[in-house]
Design a protein around this ligand. Structure first.
Ligand code: CA
Length: 476
């Protein structure tokens, strides 16, 4: 008997001194590691340098940093387009969006079935559903406002958020009962929020409401594999934050930067509640969490900071397409690592279907790769030989060589070749010296472009004329 007490005491002692938490059996009925949960946390217009894990000094992001610290930080994480809509279309399909005509931002018109993600494409939610996953889209949709393009028609079981490309943050500004009431492009910012197909009376600051719903969803689905697409609209304009968050930044004098900091801080709090809930429910080892921004920061507009990168939102220089990017999957990938080879938001889809063993036989070819073997160093080569970008309207292109740090930039004005390893700010155009390298990349770009189609909907810049015609029709 005494021995039993002694042994129990020793086990207790060892347990207490062990810095690693003792592995506990998963207490939920989740089909655990064969179908891990997938969470994508997407911010909107956040600068590359505006997270702690990329060196941000004036805006602490301790919770977002937890994802990088407990997983991997990608220093060369790219999105597929430097503005919101096309970037999201690439992410949610795992395919270059110009393959299916989403090569520009759409006009917000709920009567137009082609102004958004074409029905020929499957979202990650649709594909994971075929493998038994439940799913929710939270926040900004921006993949079409027509009823046939609604998240619930695109594979998601639940939706909480708004359909337009941006939104007001304070509930008192949500004055429209439905998107059918809009009479201009930016009226879409003023709608009441949608819970599935129903307009609701939400009382909280938008970022807080999205975080609250995310935590509730995790609680309600803890026993079932789920996919959560949490698309915060922060820190996209309009610059709006509550006193609670503004008061955290007494030392930031520039009022726009202060509001931006407050908006990021609200997101960071929300990320903290999500991570805490996953921990409490013992789901961390059964959940992949991706964090990224949908494009680079528009520094002038929202006081974001892309650090040493050139340009920002809407540019194909690094500041437009290289974003804060991290992945956590506790117990499956090493913690605290930095991965420097170029990866893409396209890889999220490919990673999700691989880790969940989702059958892709009847699906179109993906453009991304499963990142897990790369971050665990089972694969040592580059995830992508090349990454490509096209802005159709301005005939701008970029090609990033995944192996050599070379990058081509092509527009009507510029023909550039940059070596990013010693010129991350893209200041030193080497095209004249490295003409053959430039030509090689440009030829690859031409080959890639043969697989693309022009945009299937008219450009956002036509929104005023579009609404003039639309409103005339509605008035007749
Ligand atoms: Ca954006």
């Amino acid at each position: 008997m005494k021995y039993h007490i002694l042994i129990s005491f020793l086990i207790l002692l060892i347990g207490c001194n062990n810095k690693q938490p003792i592995a506990l059996p998963i207490d939920s009925d989740q089909e655990n590691t064969t179908k891990p949960n997938i969470i994508i946390i997407l911010t909107d217009d956040q600068g590359y340098a505006d997270v702690g894990f990329n060196g941000c000094k004036d805006i602490p992001t301790p919770n977002i940093d937890r994802i990088a610290n407990e997983g991997v930080k990608f220093t060369s994480g790219y999105v597929t387009y430097p503005v919101c809509g096309p970037s999201r279309a690439g992410l949610i399909t795992g395919r270059y969006q110009s393959r299916f005509g989403f090569g520009r931002n759409p006009i917000c018109d709920p009567d137009e079935p082609t102004f958004g993600l074409p029905l020929s494409e499957k979202t990650l939610a649709t594909v994971l559903k075929s493998n038994g996953y439940k799913s929710i889209a939270l926040g900004k949709w921006h993949l079409g406002t027509h009823e046939t393009l609604h998240p619930l028609k695109r594979g998601f079981d639940e939706f909480f958020g708004f359909l337009s490309g941006g939104h007001q943050y304070f509930p008192e500004l949500w004055t429209l009962n439905d998107i059918s009431e809009i009479r201009s492009q930016f009226d879409g910012y003023n709608t009441k929020l949608l819970k599935n197909n129903t307009r609701i009376e939400e009382k909280e600051y938008l970022t807080d409401a999205l975080s609250r719903e995310a935590v509730t969803y995790i609680q309600e689905n803890k026993d079932h594999p789920f996919f959560m697409y949490l698309a915060y609209n922060a820190p996209h304009t309009p610059m709006q934050a509550t006193k609670k968050y503004l008061d955290r930044f007494p030392n930031i004098k520039d009022s726009k930067r202060k509001t931006y900091a407050a908006m990021i801080s609200a997101v960071d709090d929300g990320v903290g509640t999500i991570l805490d809930e996953l921990h409490r429910l013992n789901l961390e080892e059964n959940t992949l969490i991706f964090f990224l921004s949908d494009n680079g920061g528009p520094e002038e507009h929202n006081a974001s900071d892309n650090g040493y990168l050139r340009g920002g939102k809407s540019d194909l220089f690094e500041g437009g397409i290289r974003v804060p990017f991290a992945l956590q999957w506790k117990g499956h990938i090493p913690s605290g690592i930095t991965y420097e080879k170029p990866i893409s938001s396209l890889d999220i889809f490919a990673t999700a279907v691989e880790v969940s063993n989702t059958d892709m036989t009847n699906n179109k070819k993906l453009d991304g790769v499963n990142l897990i073997p790369y971050v665990t160093h089972q694969k040592k080569d580059a995830p992508h030989d090349y990454l490509f970008w096209r802005k159709f309207d301005s005939q701008q292109y970029a090609v990033r060589d995944g192996n050599t740090h070379s990058k081509l930039i092509l527009s009507k004005k510029t023909k550039g070749l940059y070596h990013l390893n010693d010129d991350i700010g893209e200041q030193n155009n080497l095209r004249q010296q490295e003409l053959s390298e430039y030509e090689t990349l440009n030829n690859l770009r031409k080959e890639w472009e043969k697989e693309l189609i022009p945009p299937i909907f008219k450009p956002l810049k036509d929104h005023e004329q579009h609404f003039k015609n639309r409103n005339q029709k509605l008035n007749n």
